[in-house]
Design a protein. Structure first.
Length: 82
């Protein structure tokens, strides 16, 4: 009786182990097959991030505090004069 339970336990553990090994191999194969597409997407995302940072840096650098103050003062003056 105990011999049958031990054998059944080992058969079950072996089946699960084989399933997990096959699952790991399938995932690795899928990662290998899609590596080119993944690399292209990562490059596109990196380029977008770089462009966004450059745009943000330019928008911050173009207007200093004095320029912004002058523009706001001119707008307030034009509003009050109208």
């Amino acid at each position: 009786m105990i011999g049958n339970t031990v054998m059944l336990m080992f058969v079950g553990m072996t089946v699960v182990f084989i399933f997990l090994v096959l699952l790991n191999m399938a995932i690795s194969l899928l990662a290998y097959c899609t590596s080119e597409h993944t690399r292209k997407e990562e490059m596109a995302l990196a380029e977008e991030e770089f462009a966004r940072r450059i745009k943000k840096k330019k928008s911050i650098d173009t207007g200093g505090i004095n320029t912004q103050t002058a523009v706001i003062s001119a707008a307030v003056h034009a509003f009050r004069s109208a």
